[in-house]
Design a protein around this ligand. Structure first.
Ligand SMILES: [Mg+2]
Length: 177
């Protein structure tokens, strides 16, 4: 059965380890490793009935290549990609596109989390748009110290696996309403 909680997720340094990316001459990612535990977590969340939407900055072909390589392409119900949308996070256009692709309205925002590693893109974008923000601070590549209120995540996790417990907890809260 489908869960009530809906998961929007970033890709780079949230699922994919950006430090391992190999790009072709056109700048398209042709190989990348996943963050330890991220692939298993994505698969478990999907199999548990959570709807998962990719909301990521980059090229459509890069994401296609990486998720095909790891056999996870089917985990995403929809894909919102900046190359197609024409703007990057924290632009509201990215989140609105994901909402529209999933047939979600304003009333659904309370059951959507946005998971990402970047406080200026993922967390700020989600907070401004009215979604619940979840920061994964596994990667040291970007600063994790909020400089203002909208960079502060509602929840912080340190490893991908922690999302399983957090999602279950938030799902319980939604069911209790
Ligand atoms: Mg990222």
């Amino acid at each position: 059965m489908e869960k009530r909680l809906i998961i929007f997720t970033d890709s780079g340094d949230t699922i994919v380890d950006e430090g391992t990316e190999i790009r072709d001459e056109k700048g398209i990612v042709v190989h990348a490793d996943l963050i330890p535990g991220a692939g298993e977590t994505l698969r478990k969340l999907h199999d548990a009935g959570y709807r998962i939407a990719l909301v990521a900055d980059g090229e459509e072909q890069s994401f296609a290549n990486v998720y095909r390589e790891h056999g996870l392409g089917d985990c995403f119900r929809t894909r919102t990609i900046s190359e197609i949308v024409g703007e990057q996070k924290p632009s509201a256009l990215m989140f609105r596109d994901a909402m529209e692709k999933n047939g979600l309205t304003e009333a659904d925002k309370c059951r959507i989390i946005m998971v990402g590693n970047n406080i200026r893109k993922d967390v700020t974008g989600a907070n401004r748009f009215g979604l619940t923000s979840v920061l994964l601070d596994w990667s040291p590549r970007y600063g994790m110290i909020p400089e203002n209120e909208e960079q502060k995540a509602d929840y912080v996790i340190h490893r991908p696996e922690e999302l399983l417990e957090l999602a279950a907890h938030l799902e319980c809260e939604l069911e209790d309403r």
